[in-house]
Design a binder for this molecule. Sequence first.
Ligand code: AMP
Length: 280
Amino acid sequence: MIIVHTAEALSETIGRAAGEGRRIGFVPTMGALHRGHISLIDASRSLTGFTVCSIFVNPTQFNNPEDLKKYPRTIEQDIDLLEAAGCDLLFLPDPSVIYPPDYKPPHYDLGELETILEGKFRPGHFQGVCQVVDILLKLVRPHALFLGEKDFQQCMVIKKLISLTGQPVDCIICPTMRETDGLAMSSRNMRLSAEERAQSVMIFKTLLFMKENIAHIPLSDLKKSAADMLESAGFRVEYAEIADASTLKSMDVRDGQQRPVGLIACHLGSVRLIDNMILL
Ligand code: AMP
């Protein structure tokens, strides 16, 4: 695996691969890699001829400075995992490579997506995500971009970004990888204590409860029961929502046309966790 730190070395290496007629696949990450990230590398390797991964803990998408400070960083282990997975190129930029001193953040018109769910609880978060993804896509110029369904709303935001900027890239959404007890893999899971790790499975159980009961319980009652289940298990719930998977608009009644998705964000101790599940 080639490791580069600058935009020039990145574009030269990718230019060479593209010049050989290889399709470029791109997996942007913030590091502290786990099997969920590696599943995106695997998907890229199976669908493209040259896989690029970036590791950059993007400061502009953290609305909480404490969260940024505590974000896990495990770069040596990440490099080993990427080597073993057969990643071709790792881009490890310094912040000044992504955000030069004269960088002026554009405003991305994300519409309602920015004011609901994650957008509501993490003000500015999706503008930060769009800033870094826009810059990375311009640097990498991939044919295909691989994203995890674990970040359901982020996938929709990035698709919107791509439609706003008109960049010619295919977006491929990969399924959520889970631990054996159902907890969605996340870099933040390493910050859970043993006791919190045991409790955390309740998020998956609550999503399953939503899925099992969506046809039987009115949606407003189901959402309330889901939030109650989590609160009684010691979580601080930000949302336990059921929304239309194609718009993320909150659903109050099932009309038989919409595909409902359950979405949860909650805090366990000092760790914020999110997960989702298609319910029908
Ligand atoms: P992050 O490093 O958290 O910014 O995530 C980088 C990419 O990996 C994003 O597209 C995430 O949605 C994806 N990802 C994170 N966790 C998982 C998971 N458990 N399963 C599949 N993809 C994931």
